[in-house]
Write a protein that binds this ligand. Sequence first.
Ligand SMILES: Cc1cc2nc3c(=O)[nH]c(=O)nc-3n(C[C@H](O)[C@H](O)[C@H](O)COP(=O)(O)O)c2cc1C
Length: 326
Amino acid sequence: MATPNNIDPSEFRRALGSFTTGVTIITTRSAEGEPVGVTANSFNSVSLTPPLVLWSLAKNSRSLRAFESNSHWGVHILSAHQEGLSNRFAKSGEDKFLGVDVEDGAGDIPLLSDCCARLQCKTIFRYEGGDHIIFVGEVLEFDRSELPPLAFHAGQYALAASKGKPVSFTSMQHDEPELTFGEDFIGYLLARAHFQFYAQVMQHAAAYGLTDSEYFLLTILAMRDTQTIEEVSALFSYTGYHITRAMATDLQQRGLLAAHERDSNVEYGLTDAGREVTLRVLSAAKALEIDIESKLGANESFALKHLLKTLIAKTDPGFAHPWNRA
Ligand SMILES: Cc1cc2nc3c(=O)[nH]c(=O)nc-3n(C[C@H](O)[C@H](O)[C@H](O)COP(=O)(O)O)c2cc1C
């Protein structure tokens, strides 16, 4: 175990980084009336009654004088969308408030918006803490929202999702785990989640007499107005389905598609009936998404979407995205 004399500061910083925190921006106003703010993850709760919080500020921070001269400050617990703002307030000397909308809080402190929570505080104690000053404040007022929070772990921004109870699907014990595809196999989890969702969407499509690939063709045309069959095929190459001219002709005969000629190419678009059917199935799919989000929770849905997008980006062989213009 390391003793105070042989502690390596960078290793110590790394060890502290394994304590996952939220991210705050703490603001005040200087004696000259300028808005001042710093990104801080040293924030913590102290007491409920009376309502007390603390945070610590490096002694070499340019903002120190303002926080020592002004008894009022505002803590902004940042939301997952505020990573850019966090970076901006972590850079010394920048005009941190340039273009940022602020409201006036207690003691004229500048308050930022779109946070998970805001606490308006008044310093009641100040302590020396090595190379930092510790501020303990009494909370005078606060407000909160349901936005997903921004977290910080191991020197990087992170997302917070509740873990819930451990989930296990099988009672089967594997004696030779290296030879088996267990329930943690990512391929199984992705495929299972996909099929459970799509089986329900396709039931709605089937109720209108649509096959999977016909439904895909119609959804592309709902997003993009008119396209050639080759363009639609390219946009759906990630599914492995083949969109054919025969399929489009059949949908045309069923009154769901109309064909137009442009520059000697045949382009297809939805008829009113085609748009109506497509929007009905799409709204059923959207209702399923809302149901999933309510089962998972807002933070968990946000984290899941973020992780899926990251996975798609990191494993993408170069497929087009349906809503990107070529
Ligand atoms: C996620 C994160 C957390 C931080 N937490 C603190 C903190 O708790 N205390 C501190 O003094 N600096 C902290 N910093 C660094 C300050 O935000 C940074 O030094 C800032 O530039 C100080 O601004 P100033 O010199 O204009 O006062 C943190 C930075 C980041 C990115």
